[in-house]
Design a binder for this molecule. Structure first.
Ligand code: ZN
Length: 139
């Protein structure tokens, strides 16, 4: 029997609208769109503010801090490329600025993750072009 070789992980493909997010991540910054009209932070990236409909959105660096809103522990890989990562945490992070995003919590055992836990962004280079935004416990 032979070991199956690891597969490369699927990576995001930046678009015209999402490219500033990925370029900021590469620079170790978490950047979100913010509506210049009603000041709402917007995530995921899009052409119009979901609160007021304005297309006047500006990319703004945010703190990278937030809390775990919800999470699950993946004990079986969702695809072969993730076989060597199990168990891992898939979480919804509520940023201090309001928006929620889906990411991974790293830097602690999956059993230590709790809803409401304070986390901060960390940046993981996945390729020359893509840096992923993940979160780790604060402190
Ligand atoms: Zn708005």
């Amino acid at each position: 029997m032979s070991e199956r070789p690891p597969r490369p992980k699927p990576l995001p493909t930046p678009t015209a609208i999402t490219r500033p997010f990925w370029e900021a991540a590469k620079d170790r910054r978490l950047s979100l769109q913010r509506c210049e009209h009603c000041q709402t932070y917007v995530f995921y990236p899009r052409p119009f503010c979901p609160a007021c409909g304005s297309s006047d959105l500006a990319w703004t660096d945010v703190s990278g801090r937030g809390t775990v809103y919800s999470y699950t522990v993946a004990r079986r890989p969702t695809a072969r490329a993730f076989e060597s990562d199990v168990p891992y945490v898939i979480a919804i992070i509520e940023l201090d600025e309001g928006p929620r995003l889906i990411s991974n919590v790293i830097g602690c055992a999956p059993e230590e993750v709790r809803c409401g836990m304070a986390v901060e962004a960390v940046f993981e280079d996945a390729s020359d072009a893509i840096t992923l935004v993940k979160f780790r416990p604060v402190g």
